[in-house]
Design a protein around this ligand. Structure first.
Ligand SMILES: O=C(O)C1=C[C@@H](OP(=O)(O)O)[C@@H](O)[C@H](O)C1
Ligand SMILES: C=C(OP(=O)(O)O)C(=O)O
Length: 458
């Protein structure tokens, strides 16, 4: 995994328009959930379009360590690999014999903690340097209320950081939990713990977050109800569920498509089709924000794939105008702000963003990391506690990084890819200190970028 490999620096520079057609790999959030639920259903679940990135492979390795059989099969006639998963049944997870290495993946860690919490097993969770700094208190709190116990080795549990030992419990106690932060990972951890908990576990979500867990739990046959109470979403899962194996097609990841969309908007002459992009409304706000800024993004062939709305996006070079981004949209584009900042750095006028506190606890502090990176590349950026204000160039190229200086990516794939896009729209190119982390979510990023820059069909 990237955290154990030597850094792979690279310079990204302008090299003509992005044209032709690219298809981004499968959605990371949906891929994690397909493996987890497949590993809990009795019988064979088949998944195509699975993201074969390090984060998802960490989830697969952990589910194997707890008893599931997960096999990658040969490509079919359309060139897609299929994954076959034989699950252990809800309640059937086995005690892993070694620590579960979550690598760089917050989603794997928090969702799997939810699963382990209501099984009578113990699991040690470890991760790389980035993941070991991220807060786990947000899942420790509700899962402890359900009866699970957490222990930290060599540090106070109050720190809530990996490595952590989790002792699950069965029967666990069903709870009603109101989310204190807008987090799909916390919501999902509680719902997944509720799967093997007799009775009804309820999550109250004041601000809606991505709903892939709810969609997929229902798809696998769990009894799950979504209602509303005083403007909040109320999600109730009936425990001791039995999951029925499924055939799943994972749509392309909008969070990966985001880099190509912004690159095509910024590089003059670009006209690119990004195929098979998932457009679940709880995920796709970036494309609306870019349109509000004047970006030409057209949806072609809107359809449904795996129970999720999907379209091909045709993106053409556009002169963008800065805007005040509505803080209400933050959860629906939480991972897309780093690349939106790059778009803002080339827009006409000022872009302001607020309400981005959660960006400070991702793979890196994405507010500071992007402020530093864009400033190094010559952009005008002002950092605030909960966002950035960016004064755009009005369509002129960024200067790029000085000759012997590199953008620091802090083991964060989205910083690396965002600054790669900035490099394409710069005069001197942008040097990124480590492209290794890109493999966590988008292993084919550099190959697809080179294909788009040569205008090859997908
Ligand atoms: O549930 C998920 O799959 C994810 C939820 C988000 O995290 P939070 O729930 O912590 O906001 C997002 O940043 C992450 O990339 C994936
Ligand atoms: C925040 C992210 O992922 P995770 O929390 O799973 O590490 C991301 O992919 O941008």
């Amino acid at each position: 995994m990237s955290h154990s490999n030597p850094p792979t620096p690279r310079r990204f520079a302008a090299s003509g328009p992005l044209t032709g057609r690219v298809a981004v790999p499968g959605d990371k959030s949906i891929s994690h959930r397909a493996i987890m639920l497949g590993a809990l259903a009795v019988g064979e679940t088949r998944v195509t379009g699975l993201l074969e990135g390090e984060d998802v492979l960490a989830t697969a390795a952990a589910m194997r360590a707890m008893g599931a059989t997960i096999v990658r099969q040969a490509r079919n006639e359309r060139g897609e690999a299929a994954w076959s998963i034989h699950g252990v049944g809800v309640g059937g997870l086995l005690q892993p014999t070694q620590a579960l290495d979550m690598g760089n993946s917050g989603t794997s860690t928090r969702l799997l903690m939810g699963l382990v919490a209501s099984h009578p097993i113990r699991a040690m969770f470890t991760g790389d340097a980035s993941l070991s700094k991220r807060p786990m208190g947000r899942v420790i709190e509700p899962l402890s209320q359900m009866g699970a116990a957490f222990e930290a080795s060599g540090q106070a549990l109050g720190g809530g950081r990996l490595p952590l030992m989790l002792r699950g419990i069965s029967p666990a106690v069903p709870i009603t939990y109101r989310l204190p932060v807008a987090s799909a990972q916390v919501k999902s951890a509680v719902l997944l713990a509720g799967l093997n908990t007799a009775g009804i576990t309820t999550v109250i979500e004041p601000v809606p977050t991505r709903d892939h867990s709810e969609r997929m739990l229902r798809g696998f046959g769990a009894k799950l109800e979504v209602g509303e109470d005083a403007g909040a979403r109320v999600i109730r899962i009936h425990g001791e569920a039995e999951l029925t194996p499924q055939v799943i097609t994972v749509p392309g990841d909008p969070s990966s498509a985001a880099f190509f969309a912004v690159a095509a908007l910024l590089v003059p002459g670009s006209d690119l089709v990004i195929a098979n992009v998932g457009l679940n409304p709880t995920r796709a706000a970036l494309f609306d924000v870019l349109r509000q800024m004047g970006g030409s993004i057209e949806e072609l062939d809107r359809r449904e794939v795996g129970g999720e709305p999907v379209a091909d996006l045709r993106v053409r070079h556009s002169i963008l105008t800065g805007i005040d981004v509505d803080p209400m949209v933050v959860p629906a584009m939480v991972d897309e702000f780093p690349v939106l900042f790059v778009a803002a750095a080339l827009a006409q006028g000022t872009t302001t963003t607020k309400g981005l506190d959660e960006l400070r606890v991702k793979e890196s502090d994405r507010i500071t990391a992007m402020a530093d990176a864009l400033t190094l590349a010559g952009a005008r950026v002002e950092e605030h506690e909960d966002g950035l204000t960016i004064e755009g160039t009005g369509g002129d190229l960024l200067r790029g990084t000085p000759e012997y200086e590199w953008v620091t990516t802090h083991l964060d794939h989205r910083i690396a890819m965002s600054m790669a896009v900035a490099g394409l729209a710069s005069r001197d190119g942008v040097q990124v200190d480590d492209t290794g982390p890109i493999a966590t979510s988008f292993p084919t990023f550099e190959a697809l970028l080179s294909r788009a820059m040569h205008g090859e069909p997908a």
